[in-house]
Structures are given as C-alpha cells and as structure tokens.
Design a protein around this ligand. Sequence first.
Ligand code: NDP
Length: 449
Amino acid sequence: MLKSEYLNNIYTGVVTRDPDQREFHQAVLEFLESLDLIIDQHPEYQQKGIIETFVEPERMICFRVPWVDNQGNVHVNRGYRVQFNSAIGPYKGGLRFHPTVNLSILKFLGFEQILKNSLTGLPMGGAKGGSDFDPKGKSDSEIMRFCQSFMTELNRHIGQFVDVPAGDIGVGAREIGYLFGQYRRVRGSYDAGVLTGKGLSFGGSLVRTEATGYGLCYLTQEMLRHMRNDSFEGKTVVISGSGNVAIFATEKATALGAKVVALSDSNGFIHDPDGIKLDVVKDIKLKRRQRISVYADEVPGSTYTPGFRGIWSIPCDIALPCATQNEIDGETAKIIVAGGAMAVAEGANMPCRPEAIRVFQEAGLLFAPAKAANAGGVATSGLEMSQNSMRFHWTFEEVDSRLKEIMINIFHNIYDASVESNRPGDLVTGANVAGFLKVASVMLAQGLI
Ligand code: NDP
C-alpha cells in the first residue's frame, strides 16, 4: 500500500487495465514505492498527469512472424515492439527471443529501460521488443530465416532517429547481423545507426560485447569502494547464467582480483572451487553453443548439478544474478545472506523479487538494482550510435574508459538521489528517483500532455 492516494490510484489503474501483466505490475509498483517518498515535493506531476502518462507505453506494435524450418514446415511466431517513452531521445532497448516473451515481460523491460537509459546521461528513450521464438536447437539457416521475417515487418517501425533496437536474451551478434542485413535489403539504405551490437566490420563498437558484464563490475566496484571502503580483490563471486552478461562479468570480476566459482543455465549450475576457467566457458558457450554442463565433463575438480536455483546455495561474498527475471525469491535471498554475502548487484533485468530485495536490505547487504547496474550495455550502444554518426571508430581503451566513467557517474548519481530521498544507501530508490526526475522534467518542458 502506497502512502500517496494519487500513486495508489495509478497503481490500481495499471493492474485493472491489464490484470494478467504481473511482471509489469511488479516493475511499476517498485517505481511508485520510490516516488512515494518524494511525490509531495512535486505537485506539478499530479497537476500535469505526468506519472499516469509515464506508466503507459506511447505505442505497442504486435505482428506475426512466419518462417520455414529446414524440413519445409511453416511456423508462425509473434513479434513485438513496445515503444515506451521517447521524451529524451529515440526509443532504445533490446530484442529478446525466448518462448516466455509476452507483453507483460516486454512492458516491464521497456519501462525499466526508460529509467536505465536516463541514468546513462545519454539521449535515449525506452523500448523493448522480441518474439516468443525459441532459438534453442535451431540451425543457423533457421535463425537467419526467422530474423529476416522478423525484420521484414519491424523495419517500418524503426530508424536511427526513431527507434534503435539491440540484443538481449537469445539475440547476440549473429542475430543482429541477420537483422541488419534484412533491414538494409528491404530499405535499400545503409543506415548503420538503426541497430546496435553490430559486428565490428559493419559499424559495431569495440567493448559492446563485453559492456554489460564489465559495466556491472565497474558499478559494483565503485559501490564497494564508496560504501564499504572495499573491492572485488580476494572475494568469492557467484554468477548465475552463462550468456553474454554472465561471461563478461566473470571476465571483469576475475580481472579485478575476485574468484568466480559458479555459473548456470536454465537446466543447472557448475561449481569450480578453484575458480571458473573462462576460456573453457567461452569455447563451450560462444563457439560450440553447448550447455554449461559440458564444463564439468572437461574440467577436473568441477561439478554439475541439475536445477538452476541451487547455484545460490554456494556461499559467496558477492552475488551477481545475470540470467533472467525473478530467479531469486525471498527464501533464496535468505540462503544468500546466510552464506555470508556482503553485496548483490543485478546483471539481469529484475532477477530479484521484491521480497528478496527486502531481505538483502534488512540484512545490511549492499544492493545495486538492474536499471543502474546493467546500464553499461545500453550506454555502450549509445557510444556505438555516436561512432556511427561520426563515421569513426574509437579504440577499445577509449570506449572502455568512457564506459567506466559512465558507470561510476551512475553510482554517484543514484547514491546522491538516495540521500536526497532520505534513504541513504537505498540504491533502488535512488535509481528510480534519479532516472525519473530527468525524464519527467523533459516531459513537462515538452508539454507532452
Ligand atoms: P543470453 O541469451 O546471452 O544468456 C542468458 C542466460 O540466462 C543463459 O545462460 C540462459 O540459459 C539463462 N536463462 C535464460 N532464461 C532463463 C530462465 N528462465 N531460467 C534460468 N536461466 C535462464 O542473454 P544475456 O546474457 O544477454 O541476458 C541476461 C540478462 O541480462 C537478461 O535479463 C537481459 O535482459 C539482461 N541484460 C542484457 C544486456 C545485454 O547487453 N545483453 C543488457 C542489459 C541487461 P539457457 O541457455 O539455458 O536459456
């Protein structure tokens, strides 16, 4: 229950309008709980209907995606693009290909993306899209045909000044390549800035692949330094997932002196008490596209356990959930606390349920929410867009140092906002408030309503 009647009515309206969209309700409620602390200082939001406008997407596009498999059978998936808010820049946000994709998940992701993009300090609005297509077990040509069909419809809704998609779960460099190829073909125009996460040979940015995982560690390192006078050095780290974010979080945490001892996928987790050998993981996941269980077959001393939630029973100092939404509930959070953790930072979007966040905060753990902690991916996408506009490439070191600076700025921005909201150190509140105030002031200035 929110203190403000105005905010309560907004939340009730959101739930009543789309009663089945539970992930979206969860994201909106967390946001409104943060605003509850500052709403009295901003009567103009209520007068101008800013918050009720903010929780409704500007546009939701839904389309069919027919494609033919290698046996000649026709399949029809559903494609989406939720263009949530374009007050501070063109819509920007990833595409997710996963069987669980639906409007609730894309609305929650698009909503969080508005706040995340605002926190980066770059001019990008918020969006998300994707399809309920399952890329697992599909051949390369099936993936290509699906991407081509998806882009045959999506192309009319995007553009470098309109909406710039990128990758997410199930959409990596290979898929972005096929999507870009189809965009170029149907539009007859080489608009490099229409997608980010492109291959380096056709307008991609160095560090984009590593950016979300690296950025997560840069922000976590700054949080440890500023709030505990500590660092990754000598810490034991558990990371869930074994995709793009998890792999490069492992790489950077290890480079910063930590020992990463576990990774997972949706079937189970591996534990290597000597520290994960990342070259083996990269070979299994990025080259051979196999399951993470193969690691235990190839690395002596490591084990594989079926069931992905079990990973959190491994004691650690720092937990970095990097798989998917809602993987850590209240009970799992208690296990992480009992294992002696000092910090949790979200690499995935909304991996911790609200009751889990409460458990961490009440136990005094540092907690960095996704919209700040994993903003490095979209921030580097913003840098890719800048390089495309300039028709110029920065070096790896140059992009990496900009990414690091952005993540450190995000940490201080949200920490300061937590102090100003009278919740010092509550970075969930800080991220929601800091991200929102910027977009809201632009919505007021542009007279969007
Ligand atoms: P990938 O597709 O590269 O990897 C996803 C990983 O999470 C895989 O190991 C996958 O296992 C696991 N996973 C997916 N769904 C589930 C599930 N339902 N239960 C358990 N494990 C699951 O995706 P990314 O690494 O790109 O994305 C991971 C998270 O990070 C997502 O929440 C995404 O939104 C977020 N994110 C990604 C960004 C990026 O730049 N890529 C930017 C910001 C946020 P399996 O192979 O078995 O499916």
